[in-house]
Design a protein around this ligand. Structure first.
Ligand SMILES: C[C@](O)(CO)[C@H](O)COP(=O)(O)OP(=O)(O)OC[C@H]1O[C@@H](n2ccc(N)nc2=O)[C@H](O)[C@@H]1O
Ligand SMILES: Nc1ncnc2c1ncn2[C@@H]1O[C@H](COP(=O)(O)OP(=O)(O)OP(=O)(O)O)[C@@H](O)[C@H]1O
Length: 282
């Protein structure tokens, strides 16, 4: 079975509190985009991962392996699996590449064994793998609250997006740990952003995007700010860091403008993509 799994971006990200276990309470707008990994899963004598990207772990720390283990244990499955991952989504990028692979494995095993799990059951299993994983059972444009698991489907928006991943590695854990909530002066107006989405007002949406995690990353990696500036110079309606970074995205209504921006960024960054929003998850 082969599953195409999309990347996500965060059109806005606000931290509104902290749980006792240290996890942060969020209000974010999430969006799937047309940059896909392919996950092929077949029965095998042992569970193993084969991936075209050497930075992706092939042991138990791979989220796809953890998804297999969870499903095996929960549904008393004796078989093992070969998981082949065609990695097109940049790794450790803020695009939830690992999370979308984990969601794909849950979906694939549900289908292979005719488990007939509901979307809510799959989301519940997904949350055990990571805060971003349940979203991929909705996809499209969503409001995510809690630590990311309380999902409300919004109108699906439609626009072109340029993604640019600078060659730096940022750990999600580090970014959350170094966030100083009381020092954040600008928060997104999430209610208003939801209204813009409702009326499909891409210009106002793009102009209102805020990601409070930029407070941590831009201080350390000014290249994020530089990419945002280039995107705005090249006609983006708005530009933001996705998730905990370091990928920056820009929003465009016209494909021609997105391509001009892509060509400019390609001069100095290797991982740049022109994509569009999609209305699906895994
Ligand atoms: C930055 C985002 O990608 C935005 O969509 C997510 O909030 C991160 O989701 P994720 O990578 O699936 O996160 P997890 O794998 O569950 O957690 C990684 C680390 O990030 C921190 N973490 C994550 C999510 C959250 N709401 N609060 C947190 O503080 C925790 O310290 C955790 O150890
Ligand atoms: N299937 C996988 N694909 C990519 N990375 C994986 C996978 N499984 C585990 N990892 C590990 O997870 C780390 C984070 O990778 P990932 O691409 O999911 O980051 P991310 O896009 O920043 O995620 P998020 O946006 O959810 O914070 C990698 O450095 C890698 O070691």
């Amino acid at each position: 079975m082969i599953i195409e799994c999309p990347a996500k971006i965060n059109l806005s990200l606000d931290v509104v509190g902290k749980r006792e276990d240290g996890y942060h309470l969020l209000e974010m707008i999430m969006q799937t985009v047309s940059l896909y990994d392919k996950v092929k899963i077949t029965k095998d004598s042992e569970t193993r991962v084969i991936c075209n990207n050497i930075n992706v772990p092939s042991d138990r720390s791979n989220i796809a392996v953890r998804a297999v283990e969870l499903m095996k244990q929960r549904y008393e499955i004796q078989d093992n699996f070969k998981i082949e991952i065609e990695k097109n989504i940049p790794v450790a990028a803020g695009l939830a590449g690992g999370s979308t692979n984990g969601a794909a494995v849950i979906k694939a095993i549900n289908e292979m064994y005719s488990l007939k799990l509901s979307k809510d059951e799959m989301k519940e299993i997904a949350l055990k793998l990571g805060a971003d994983v349940p979203f991929f059972f909705e996809g499209g444009t969503c409001l995510a609250e809690g630590i990311g698991e309380k999902l409300t489907k919004l109108n699906d928006i439609s626009c072109y997006i340029v993604l640019a991943k600078p060659p730096i590695n940022v750990s999600t854990k580090y970014v959350y740990q170094n966030l100083k909530l009381d020092e954040i002066s600008i928060h997104p107006d999430t209610k208003r952003i939801i209204d813009y989405i409702k009326y499909n007002d891409i210009k106002m949406l793009a102009a209102s995007m805020v990601n409070v995690l930029e407070n941590v990353t831009i201080k350390e990696y000014p290249i994020i700010y530089e990419i945002k500036n280039i995107m705005m110079e090249f006609g983006a309606l708005g530009s933001l860091m996705s998730g905990s970074g370091p990928t920056v995205f820009g929003i465009f209504e016209e494909k021609a403008d997105a391509i001009k921006c892509y060509n400019r960024l390609r001069d100095y960054i290797k991982e740049v993509f022109v994509v569009n929003t999609v209305d699906r998850g895994v």
